[in-house]
Design a protein around this ligand. Structure first.
Ligand SMILES: [Ca+2]
Ligand SMILES: [Ca+2]
Length: 458
């Protein structure tokens, strides 16, 4: 068949399809497209009135619109393309434009203070919306599935963003959250895969549960210092996230808060954080070192599991418990220093991974540094790991003071690669000033030459 023959036969079949439809009376089609179940073209809604002109809906009056729900839908139906709200209307009712997939434009007057739950649910043709500076609340699922929206500015008047408010807005690339919002509801931006930029206002205290889950396009987030809680799953699966700051106002990092953020290469946990939730950083393969702040007492189960890039972990003596599999499958980690404050170590907390057949395997050569009679020694003995008591001056952590330790310090100071991680190297901080310097190496050399030094080595 030639190219033209193909086009002609396509046209013919189209005409046939059209002729089938032309049998149906036009008025019936029109009714199905335009009007509501009642067929009404105008009426009242709450304190206001509404009128349909073709597919253009005008709502006027002063006061609130009516509220609708799953069973009682708005009388104007869902085939509208444009909405005009006149000044004086104070709310957009729940379910007002639910599933209005053809809605392309709406203008909100400065009198609107609230946007109801599910108000624009699935209005996927809506490409932009300007929220006036009178809006104080955005309801749950208000803009759920509005795939046409590319950017949203939440004005400073808004104090709350409901759960799921912008979930599934796939083409949303930028969001600015105003300075009066105190709480970002759960799943508020769930699955906004196109989101690359988010600005969080400085009144937000809680980043809600699953607020940014699956926002794979996010590369950077600045959390303002008003935030005290990063809730469970807040940034779960934000695989593109390369930079996030946790300000020192944050006390809680929820369960799975950053799980699977494998683009993160570093994270500073401030010393305001008291609790690191289970699996909080699990699967953050890009992290190379972690310093647990002195404020943390519990490292929960799986907190840093599957962080395969980790080579150095610093645990302060505020920590009393390390949960089950807290550092499981951290195959880059060759050793860990456990302070004597730790009284409980969970099952396979560190030094283990699973092979292709899902059998537990021990990380070859994994060494535990700790003190006699502690949970660390018990864990090492129970699992058969090498256990070494830290010695001052033992930079390579092999349990002996030799000239190799001096070399190790010198390598570190000249930015050459070292055998030991930074945590172990700090055993060579002879003068205990928290910094590894030439003088520390000198003290070790003098010790080896039996020259008296003002510090204890070994
Ligand atoms: Ca040594
Ligand atoms: Ca020093």
């Amino acid at each position: 068949m030639g190219k033209h023959t193909k086009i002609i036969s396509l046209l013919l079949s189209l005409i046939m399809v059209l002729s089938v439809f032309s049998i149906v009376p036009f008025s019936a089609v029109a009714e199905e497209i335009d009007a509501s179940s009642t067929g009404a073209r105008s009426g009242t809604t709450g304190d206001c009135t509404w009128k349909l002109d073709g597919t253009v809906l005008t709502i006027s009056g002063s006061g609130q619109m009516g509220y609708y729900d799953d069973r009682k839908r708005a009388p104007w139906g869902s085939s509208i393309t444009k909405v005009i709200l006149t000044d004086g209307v104070t709310s957009i009712g729940d379910y007002a434009f639910y599933n209005s997939m053809d809605l392309e434009s709406i203008t909100l007057p400065n009198s609107v203070t609230s946007i109801g739950d599910y108000a624009f649910y699935n209005s996927m043709d809506l490409e932009s919306i300007t929220l006036p500076n009178s809006v104080t609340s955005i309801g749950a699922y208000a803009f759920y599935g509005c795939r046409g929206l590319t950017s949203v500015t939440i004005p400073d008047s808004v104090t709350s963003i409901g759960g799921g408010a912008f979930a599934g807005c796939k083409w949303l690339t930028s969001v600015t959250i105003g300075n009066s919002v105190t709480s970002i509801g759960r799943n508020a931006f769930d699955g906004c895969t196109g989101l690359t930029s988010v600005t969080i206002g400085n009144s937000v205290t809680n980043i809600g549960e699953s607020a940014f889950v699956g926002c794979t396009g996010l590369t950077r987030v600045d959390i303002p210092d008003s935030v005290t809680k990063i809730d469970n799953d807040a940034f779960h699966g934000c695989t593109g996230l390369m930079s996030v700051n946790i300000p020192d106002s944050v006390t809680d990092i929820g369960v799975r808060a950053f799980v699977g953020c494998y683009g993160l290469t570093s994270i500073d946990i401030p010393d305001s954080v008291t609790s690191i939730g289970g699996s909080a950083f699990a699967g953050c393969e890009g992290l190379t070192s972690i310093t647990i702040p002195e404020s943390v007492t519990d490292i929960c189960d799986y907190a840093f599991s599957y962080c395969t890039g980790l080579t150095s972990v610093t645990i302060p003596d505020s920590v009393t418990s390390i949960g089950d599999k807290a550092f499981f499958y951290c195959t880059g980690l060759m050793g860990i220093v456990i302070p004597d404050s730790v009284t409980g170590i969970g099952s396979r907390a560190f030094g283990y991974y699973t092979d292709d057949q899902y059998w537990f395997q021990m990380v070859d050569g994994f060494t535990i540094y700790g003190y006699p009679g502690t949970a660390a020694e018990e864990y090492a003995n129970d699992n058969g790991f090498t256990f070494i008591i830290p010695k001052v001056g033992d930079a390579d952590g092999d349990g002996q003071i030799t000239v190799m330790d001096v070399t190790e310090v010198q390598h570190y100071l000249s930015n050459m690669s070292t055998q030991a991680d930074e945590e172990t190297l700090m055993f060579a901080d002879v003068d205990k000033n928290g910094v590894l310097e030439v003088i520390d190496a000198t003290f070790i050399l003098r010790y080896l030459a039996d020259i008296e030094i003002p510090y204890v080595i070994g």
